[in-house]
Design a binder for this molecule. Structure first.
Ligand SMILES: [Fe+2]
Length: 145
């Protein structure tokens, strides 16, 4: 498997593990603005879940099997899971923002490899995802001021 496809599978794994990690924060955020942050985290994991399916299906189109077991996700992901406990709103934004920045960096690396391979369908798909990550990074930076 070439580097682009290998990283696409890592991206699939990161998105899968983040689905669980972000649910942890969705359920366990505490604070005066609980409802707003609870709903915001749901918006984020919904976006990640769509990307998860989209990237996995793109791997199928490229003739590869996307990773599709929790065991394989945990073997390749760079995402660190977190304890189940209460999280304050600043803690939640700090974790979310760092994870979305990591996704953006990985998606950007894959985008460049796809570009070198003249795989413009993957390039277009990832550029849309990166644009959405950029917007959320801005939202979170504003919320953290
Ligand atoms: Fe929910």
């Amino acid at each position: 498997m070439d580097k682009q496809k290998k990283l696409m599978n890592q991206y699939v794994a990161d998105l899968a593990v983040l689905n669980v990690k972000f649910h942890n924060l969705h359920w366990n955020v505490v604070g005066e603005r609980f409802e707003a942050v609870h709903v915001y985290v749901e918006k984020l994991y919904d976006m990640l879940f769509e990307n998860y399916d989209e990237v996995a299906e793109r791997l199928k189109m490229l003739g590869e099997f996307p990773l599709a077991s929790m065991k394989s996700y945990l073997e390749v992901t760079n995402v660190k899971e977190i304890t189940v406990k209460n999280y304050t709103i600043p803690e939640v934004f700090e974790i979310l923002k760092a994870e979305v920045e990591n996704l953006k960096a990985l998606a950007t690396e894959i985008r460049h490899l796809a570009d070198e391979a003249e795989d413009f369908v993957t390039v277009g798909m990832l550029e849309d995802e990166i644009a959405a990550y950029d917007k959320e990074i801005w939202f979170m930076a504003q919320a953290m001021k």
